[in-house]
Design a protein around this ligand. Structure first.
Ligand code: HEM
Length: 421
């Protein structure tokens, strides 16, 4: 059944943001797909449909390689935000084959199981180094004090980007990802555009340095790579580095924030991980399923004849896949609204996407998450909320403003050691 009512849900409504799941559940159980005239999108709600949309070659993250904006009635890109579009132009998340295949192949060669495995021990060490002194203090703001510096350090290490500008990298990234929300105000777009300009300038400098003094890192690999007889252009390298830095920490940070909030609300689940009954890796999958850091991804319909559950969706239409609704689909997950770290099929969540755009950083994200949960078990076995956290207000990039926690037994020597110690 297709429904064309205005606003089935309003992602900017504070009540929705406070707890989107009752609404997402209601939508999923009433319709497989619906068109919202206000948002001019088709929303897909169920696990099976989201999964197959992600893999369907008739859908694309972009349409410009096969259709013109005029053909499908889409306004051209706003030329005021030229620098932002320039960053997107060669991003994996903007491209479709054959350009996507060419650049993805290169990046994938850096995310081999071996290269990710090589980061496992440094990722563990770094988690311990950051969390131990914080545990002695007995209080922390988990995102600012731990998750952000941690995650940016891991991805910077892989890319070979020096850490001295890590607060700038975070700031540029936060401003740029606002462009992925619905209804972006001019002021936010202006800030994103300026961030893109500064970020590009910074990466341009890095490229110059690595050309002059090559190192054993990914920026050097991108500079030296030969693809189909040629080299990557500077613009292609810049977009690639920016998407890896931005995608490489925003979702990881929000997974940790959302997941540790779930643990704070379900201390009996935290006790299962701290006590060693459930390994940190398994808990990480349930953290992503239960409250995914990315709630919505979009696709354009590029071909005629596309339909979902018998509902025809025209060429040129935009589809929005609701990950949070799909991850709580009772057709796949028993008692889906329960946070159960021992859930056997938690890894069937669609939090990392699927198809040609499936998260290329997923193996690294899993290493980071496991190392963090293990170190948190060790140094913060007795944590509780120090303050009720607030959501950022954004829906697509789903996270908290911050997460203030404290230890309930400060001064005690942290005891248990999680699975990876
Ligand atoms: C828990 C953490 C993470 C989650 C939940 C996540 C989720 C996702 C999802 C859902 C997509 C697919 C988007 C789509 O289909 O439209 C994606 C793509 C991507 N992710 Fe991740 N991600 C995470 C961590 C990372 C990390 C650590 C990196 C980099 C080191 C990374 C780099 C990327 C890139 C480059 C893409 C684009 C791939 C392409 O379009 O071919 N992600 N991610």
């Amino acid at each position: 059944m297709a429904v064309t009512e205005r606003l089935f849900f309003d992602p900017s409504d504070p009540e929705f943001i406070a707890d989107p799941y009752p609404t997402l559940n209601r939508l999923r159980e009433s319709v497989r797909v619906f068109y919202d005239e206000g948002w001019e999108r088709w929303f897909v709600t169920r696990h099976e449909d989201v999964r197959s949309c992600l893999r369907d070659k008739r859908l694309g993250r972009n349409f410009r390689h096969v259709l013109s904006p005029e053909e499908i009635g889409v306004p051209p890109l706003d030329s005021r935000w030229e620098a932002f579009w320039q960053s997107e132009r060669w991003s994996l998340l903007w491209l479709e084959p054959p350009d996507h295949t060419r650049i993805r192949k290169l990046v994938a060669s850096a995310f081999t199981p071996r290269s990710v495995e090589a980061l496992r021990e440094p990722a563990r060490e770094l988690a311990r180094e950051l969390l131990e002194p914080l545990a002695e203090a007995g209080r922390m703001e988990l995102l600012y004090d731990y998750a952000q510096p941690y995650s940016i350090a891991v991805i910077c290490r892989m890319l070979g980007v020096p850490l001295d500008r890590h607060r700038d990298l975070l700031d540029w990234s936060h401003r740029m990802v606002k462009m992925y929300e619905f209804d972006v105000p001019d002021e936010a777009a202006e800030r994103a555009n300026r961030a893109a300009e500064e970020f590009q300038e910074y990466v341009r400098g890095l490229i110059r340095e690595r050309r002059a003094y090559p190192r054993d890192d990914m920026v050097t690999a991108l500079v030296e790579a030969r693809v189909e007889g040629g080299r990557l252009s500077d613009d292609e390298i810049i977009s690639t580095v920016i998407v890896l830095l931005n995608a490489g920490h925003e979702a990881s940070v929000n997974t940790l924030g959302n997941g540790m909030l779930a643990f704070a609300r379900h201390p009996e689940q935290w006790a299962r991980v701290v006590g060693g009954e459930v390994p940190a890796a398994g808990a990480g999958e349930e953290m992503i399923r239960f409250d995914p850091p990315l709630q919505l991804f979009e696709r354009w319909v590029l071909a005629d004849g596309f339909e979902i559950g018998g509902v025809p969706i025209p060429r040129g239409a935009k589809i929005a896949m609701l990950f949070g609704a799909a991850n709580r689909d009772p057709r796949v997950f028993e008692r889906p609204d329960e946070f159960d770290v021992g859930r056997e099929n938690a890894a069937q969540h669609i939090g990392f996407g699927g198809g040609i755009h499936v998260c290329i950083g997923a193996p690294l994200a899993r290493v980071e998450l496991e190392a963090s949960v293990d170190a948190l078990c060790r140094y913060w076995p007795d944590f509780e909320l120090a303050e009720e956290p607030r959501r950022t207000g954004a829906f697509v990039i789903w996270g908290l403003e911050g997460l203030k926690v404290r230890r309930t037994c400060p001064g005690t020597v942290p005891g248990h050691v999680g699975s990876g110690q």
